[in-house]
Design a protein around this ligand. Structure first.
Ligand code: AMP
Length: 192
């Protein structure tokens, strides 16, 4: 499986990616988690990206490509679920070019109504105390999704790689529907 999960902040991408990774053995590559780990370790990269993460702005494309490409190439055949990358059209286009045969075969958009997204993020803010879950930053992250990330949807739609999954329901129901969708595409195992 070479899968990209697309969804606004709060759409459940991370949760669904982890459940699917556990069920399929695919590698879960969560760029937000990787970047937060760099910040926590105080690495040079972490120090560079910390202010961007705190404000909800995007980290430069090349930084993400350098982070993700070695991970998707680490296994042959590649078997991965990308969560949080690509997050802009330039990232997606460049990633397709550079990854070659390891490029994503499918992108699934998790579609959740806007009101539900905000509710979920505010809930997460009170549970996890993430530095980018304040109400102001939440609004900014949704705006970044609308302006920079949603054009990505057309990138994958244009060449027939997009599936849209309504994802406003309970976690396990969405997980079952995602698994059914991928099984229908013969994508649950390793695909060459
Ligand atoms: P996430 O945990 O996926 O919501 O990501 C948290 C933050 O990490 C984002 O608000 C961005 O600042 C940064 N980030 C994660 N993935 C990317 C990406 N593909 N491109 C640019 N910035 C990213």
């Amino acid at each position: 499986m070479r899968l990209v999960l697309i969804g606004a902040p709060g759409s459940g991408k991370g949760t669904q990616a982890q459940l699917l990774a556990d069920a399929s053995g695919a590698r879960h590559i969560a760029t937000g988690d990787l970047l937060r780990a760099e910040v926590d370790r105080g690495t040079e990269l972490g120090q560079q990206v910390a202010p961007l993460l705190d404000s909800g702005a995007l980290v430069p494309d090349q930084t993400l490509l350098d982070l993700v490409l070695p991970l998707v190439r680490a296994e042959q055949p590649p078997h991965y679920i990308l969560d949080g990358f690509p997050r802009s059209c330039p990232q997606a286009v460049r990633f397709d070019e550079l990854a070659g045969s390891a490029a994503p075969e499918r992108a699934v958009l998790l579609e959740v109504p806007r009101d539900e997204l905000v509710q979920r993020m505010l809930r997460r803010a009170s549970e996890q105390h993430r530095s980018d879950d304040s109400e102001e930053v939440i609004r900014h992250r949704l705006q970044v999704f609308d302006t920079q990330t949603s054009p990505l949807i057309d990138h994958y739609r244009a060449d027939g790689r997009l599936s849209v999954l309504p994802a406003g329901g309970p976690v396990l129901q969405v997980a079952a529907e995602l698994a059914r969708l991928l099984a229908g595409l013969s994508m649950l195992g390793r695909t060459v």
